[in-house]
Design a protein around this ligand. Structure first.
Ligand SMILES: *Cc1c(COP(=O)(O)O)cnc(C)c1O
Length: 395
């Protein structure tokens, strides 16, 4: 049966969660309350703003330490991190790469940059990420492991990698997915762009993939203005990641020698300086965001037709973006709710249009996407800046 909301009471409930002195609440804004000015000023004062300087090394070390990986390589953005992750996993022309249809467009774009073909798979409601059981059934139908790797019998092409996305910061079921990838000889890549500060069974996301990508765009949990990083637990892959993201230049005092086609994807020192200041505050941001998530859950606990998405049981999420999940009977009200909240100074967003519906990916392969199609209609992201978590609960 179709039902509709009491929009006024939803607006009132949302407002009860926010500080009262704000008349516009953005979806996610950065917070610079630490050493940002000091570190960036030092870059300007010393002239080290670009491709050389101490902050890149420092930021990479801090990232590796925080996430627990062997090596982190800082790059210009999350998209370039994904691009290099795919290259490092051996993805090349005419390969197929499995990925959720419900993701940000960068995931699919990066596959196209390699001349490879996105192959979209379904997500599950429990994690909002790739459903390992459904994928397992699907691979049993279409895949064949041979000496050339895992072959899609429908196309004859190689299924080279799976990109698992931690949607809105919530960890996917990594142990099931990595087991599945092992069985089929498919490389696992984590798109951890949104999940800095999210842990899967006590370990930081980004540790299960052969390589993983994170993003420090302005809307992410910590920002470097624009930026990203590649994470890996292989020293060898880490060294190669550094080499190909820095034009593949051979070290020499003055000579320009390069041993392969490299990329100018290095993160500038001034951005890394910002990153060093931001990562110092990450534990505080995480606490504030968790508080905000709890306040949302409490405020909406009795609201009919609406629930707040909660972190999967096996994880500790960063709650990067809090998300409303509408009951199926109420899904028709989604667009109206998005419109009314935005018109009333509360920024909300529907999820991304599913990848297989975008013109450039329409012809790509996909499995049955019933759950993604259903979730697309029922999700709304709501304001989630860490600063909103600071105030005392007034609900
Ligand atoms: C932000 C994001 C990216 C891309 O990161 P940029 O730094 O914006 O290039 C990739 N994947 C997902 C899921 C993202 O949210």
């Amino acid at each position: 049966m179709k039902r509709s909301f009491d929009v006024d009471s939803i607006l009132k409930t949302l407002r009860s969660v926010f500080p009262t002195d704000k008349d516009f609440i953005s979806l996610h804004e950065p917070q610079f309350s630490g050493n940002e000015w000091n570190y960036v000023k030092e870059c300007l004062d010393t002239g080290w703003v670009s491709s050389v300087g101490k902050y890149v090394d420092k930021f990479e070390q801090q990232l590796a330490q925080y996430t627990g990986v062997k090596r982190a390589v800082a790059v210009v953005n999350g998209t370039s991190a994904l691009h290099i992750c795919l290259r490092l996993a051996g993805v090349s022309y005419d390969d197929e790469v499995l990925m959720p249809a419900m993701t940000f467009v960068a995931t699919a774009n990066a596959v196209k940059y390699c001349g490879a073909i996105p192959h979209f798979v379904d997500s599950e409601e429990k994690t909002l990420g790739v459903d390992p059981r459904k994928l397992s059934t699907y691979l049993a139908e279409i895949a064949d492991v041979s000496s050339k790797g895992c072959i899609n019998q429908l196309t004859g092409r190689r299924l080279k990698a799976l990109i698992a996305v931690h949607t809105f910061g919530h960890p996917v079921d990594l142990s099931s997915l990595s087991e599945l990838c092992n069985n089929y000889n498919i490389a696992l890549i984590e798109d951890a762009a949104e999940s800095v500060g999210s842990f899967y069974k006590e370990k930081h996301t980004g540790n299960w993939g052969l390589v993983s990508a994170i993003s420090f765009n302005g809307n992410k949990i910590i920002t470097t203005g624009g930026g990203g990083a590649i994470l890996t637990n292989s020293e060898e892959i880490g060294a190669l990641a550094k080499h190909i993201t820095t034009t593949a230049k051979l070290p020499h005092k003055w000579a320009f020698n390069h041993d392969m086609v490299g990329y100018n994807y290095r993160m500038p020192n001034i951005n890394a300086a910002l990153g060093c200041a931001q990562i110092e505050q990450l534990p505080v941001f995480l606490k504030e965001k968790r508080k905000l998530a709890e306040r949302y859950q409490f405020a909406f606990r009795r609201m009919e037709g609406i629930s707040l998405f909660k972190e999967p049981v096996f994880s500790k999420s960063n709650y990067w973006l809090n998300t409303i999940l509408l009951d199926k009977d109420y899904a028709d009200g989604r667009d109206m709710l998005v419109e009314v909240t935005n018109n009333n100074g509360i920024m909300t967003r529907p999820p991304w249009t599913l990848m297989h519906k975008l013109p450039m990916f329409k012809k790509c392969l996909h499995m049955d996407l019933t759950v993604s199609e259903d979730l697309e209609k029922r999700l709304i992201s709501i304001p989630s800046s860490a600063s909103l978590g600071v105030m005392d609960a007034n609900v």
